[in-house]
Every structure is written in C-alpha cells, then in structure tokens.
Design a protein around this ligand. Structure first.
Ligand code: ZN
Length: 48
C-alpha cells in the first residue's frame, strides 16, 4: 500500500491515517493524502 500527497503528487510508503515511511503524519492534513496503488516516488529514507 502506498499513500499519495496530493499537493505535490509524491507517492510514499504507508497508508492514509498512518505515518509514511519517511515520517510524515498523514493525519495532520488528512485531506492532502489519498491511498494509492502507484509506485513510490519519494526518495527519502524509509520510503524508497
Ligand atoms: Zn516519503
């Protein structure tokens, strides 16, 4: 499962309602996040 940050289009490891692999809390601005099946594009540690 991956989660997309809509404003940037970046796809992270994780899912809506949780913490991304690189440490973003998707609950803080939950409208900015959407569950995705796209490939991870985030290059930060924990996501890639
Ligand atoms: Zn990430």
């Amino acid at each position: 499962m991956t989660v997309k940050h809509l404003p940037t289009g970046e796809v992270h490891k994780g899912q809506k309602g949780g913490i991304t692999g690189c440490g973003f809390d998707t609950k803080e601005q939950s409208t900015h996040w959407e569950n995705s099946i796209e490939r991870i594009t985030c290059a930060k540690n924990g996501c890639k």
